[in-house]
Design a protein around this ligand. Structure first.
Ligand code: ADP
Ligand code: MG
Length: 279
């Protein structure tokens, strides 16, 4: 079971869009996938057509240890389920202040899934902060995927984010690795996008070998700006349900394939599999 936190403390960079559409692409190609919505705004849940009103079990109830992830999970498409979230989750930050081992609640809640290898992928859509919810995600996963919108300040935020992963690896979860950075809302042909990408490449190439991002890749598939991706949530559908042939669908299919191929690198039968729609 691969466990992936989609994380960036900046809002509006493409975390939810990436979580939902990567998950949908992986499910479409036959993988069993579960999204855990860790944002109190509940955007991933809404994106997949779930209304998580009062009385609906949510990830908040899992944090409150009132239910299990399995009972809170809802099937939204073939092979694809979501543990939804709503604004109740905003209280977790305060409610858990002072609680011992609060970083590990989610990890412990998913122990059965880990042991039973319940899904091929569990994808966590993190909130735009580095608070207790994101830390729970980082303690419950082995991989981090960072969506990044290439603009002038993008790398500044990234170093803070990397520091956080380093702190978590040192203190809380030795297995954590940054798998890669996905460039989102990419404006092909612009100087800025190319410059930021080059700076990022340089930063990664010159990083210490023992950091959690030492082997992070910049995914070759860039997610271009595509209005269909912004429209799809309003219809409660992934991009594959809403507009399966648009550039956004092609980009996320490519990114998901690259992500899937990464784990398979060590397996000889898949050697030589490379995927890209690189700009
Ligand atoms: P985050 O979860 O990081 O806050 P979102 O995934 O919600 O970011 O994206 C922010 C906004 O940008 C949303 O309205 C989303 O629909 C839109 N968006 C995301 N990716 C793209 C894209 N590639 N092209 C066009 N709009 C996008
Ligand atoms: Mg979001």
């Amino acid at each position: 079971m691969r466990t992936i936190a989609v994380m960036n403390q900046k809002g509006g960079v493409g975390k939810t869009t990436s979580s939902v559409n990567i998950a949908a692409a992986l499910a479409k190609s036959g993988n069993k996938v579960c999204i855990i919505d860790l944002d109190p705004q509940g955007h991933a849940s809404i994106h997949l057509g779930l209304e998580c009103g009062p009385g609906t079990l949510s990830i908040y109830d899992v944090f409150a240890e009132r239910t299990t992830a399995d009972l809170a999970r809802q099937l939204v498409a073939e092979n694809l389920s979501v543990v939804p979230s709503n604004i109740d989750l905003a209280a977790v930050e305060m409610e858990l202040a002072g609680v011992q081992h609060r970083e590990f609640i989610l990890r412990d809640a998913l122990r059965d899934w880990q042991e039973q290898n319940r899904f091929d992928y569990v994808i966590m859509d993190c909130p735009p902060s580095l608070g207790v919810l994101t830390i729970n995600a980082l303690c419950a996963v082995k991989e981090v995927l960072i969506p990044l919108q290439p603009h002038f300040f993008a790398l500044q935020g990234l170093s803070k984010l990397f520091e956080t992963t380093a702190l978590v690896t040192r203190r809380l979860n030795r297995e954590l690795k940054v798998s890669g950075v996905a460039l989102c809302m990419y404006e092909s042909g612009t100087r800025l996008a190319a410059d930021v990408t080059e700076d990022l490449r340089h930063f990664l190439a010159t990083s210490d070998g023992d950091t959690p991002w030492a082997n992070a890749k910049i995914f070759r598939t860039r997610i271009r700006r595509n209005i269909k991706l912004a429209e799809a949530p309003g219809f409660g559908q992934s991009i594959f349900g809403y507009a399966s042939t648009c550039p956004g669908a092609r980009d996320y299919a490519g990114l998901a394939e690259e992500l899937a191929a990464m784990a398979e690198v060590s397996s000889p039968k898949n050697e030589g599999n490379t995927v890209s729609n690189a700009a």
